[in-house]
Ligand binder design. Sequence first.
Ligand code: NAP
Ligand code: HSE
Length: 443
Amino acid sequence: MPKTRKKVAVALLGLGTVGLAVAELLEKNRQLIESRVGASLELKSALVRDKAKARPGLPPGVVVTDDPSAVLDDPEVDIVVEVMGGFEPAYAYLRRAIEGGKHVVTANKAVLAKHWDDIFHLAHDRSVDVYIEASVGGGIPCVQAINDGLAANRIERLTAIINGTTNYILTGMASNGQSFEKALKDAQAHGYAEADPSFDLDGMDACHKLAILGSIAFDQRVRVEDIHLQGIRGISKQDIDIARVEMGCVVKHLAMARVRRSDGALEVQVVPALLPLDHPLAGVDGVNNGVLVSGDAVGEVLFSGRGAGGGPTASAVISDIIFVARNVAVGVAGRVPSIPYDVEKVQSRRIVPAEEISNRFFVRLTAVDQPGALAAIARVFADHAISISSVAQNEKEKGSTVPVYVSTYSAPERAMRECVAALERLPTVRPNTLVLRLEVPEA
Ligand code: NAP
Ligand code: HSE
């Protein structure tokens, strides 16, 4: 029988939005959490940049330090919880913790997406646990659900809203008429945005998360470089309104991975897209995230809930702490990898290059309102073998230019990129074209 332990010691790397919420929730639900672990949990220390900063709500007794060695080299610390963010020194500290035989819980999707293989191989070599629930979906336990709960299935498709900040902004613009800038400020004030919010707005945060979920769901390594990426900048309230009125759709920032029927290759993209109002993800609003997974046995499963913010993320972090602490308490930590790390041995589907992915499109052009303008536009689409499914132009928007919305049938991304370049060479089209995907099945 393995030895049992009465106490498990935890240390935090970072005491910001997530770190403080973890400390507070551990204290608030201590009795319940410890009864679930089967041992007492000591939150021993926390690493920060600025020791002098006030940490309202931090329970007494936690040593706050700016010396990484005080945490990483402390022989009494069993579990290091990395909630610092950024690539470095976070990755170096994670490695150091693992090399020192400490179990790790991390919310850092940027480091995971970049160093996935190294982290899980090192953890395997050193027989330590690495748990990552909070890295995707905030409070939604989607990592464990896909990794364990759906493990019997061949996953065919994953469509997700996995960035709370961009969803909060798009929802604010759609329902309250908030400006992009005001909605972003609100998201930052709530602690939803990354330290550098361009990671949210330009889609890299969702891209990191799709690399993680994709690597688990499709049994093969999905790398950031494999993902076709477009953020949400440039989308206006007017675009969102037209999408609803003309197309019966909402605009969402989607992370999508799907096995292509024709050849079994994998398409992975993070792109703004129109979704029909009755789509399961259409009503996932505000800071909420939604992950829709399609498995060959289970069919469609939807996970949704708050995708960012201190409380929900602490919920996910502490669920991982509980798993690891239980393992430590009964002496079996590090025996079973939490994530299958040798995924390349399982599958090796071709990943479709971004330019070859086929989508339907919803394109906003800024056109000079004069005879022949629309005919010239239609000609360019035809020249690129892209078939138009509808056109909308609102007379009320008429000035020297007018927005023209063109939706299309399915075409390769390369054809659309070349089409936009040709459209913007027309004397009647101005250069701020917006290209969204249209996630509406062809009739
Ligand atoms: P945050 O509020 O910016 O907090 C970062 C914390 O890390 C701060 O306490 C900071 O110290 C500390 N820190 C940063 N760099 C450090 C360094 N070089 N040395 C020592 N300490 C350092 O970030 P957060 O929102 O809590 O996010 C933390 C992580 O969780 C990130 O990986 C993020 O992507 C992930 N995450 C966040 C959310 C969310 O909703 N916020 C949700 C899921 C996952 P000071 O306080 O002294 O500055
Ligand atoms: N910035 C991230 C988001 C935090 O808005 O979704 C949660 O991972």
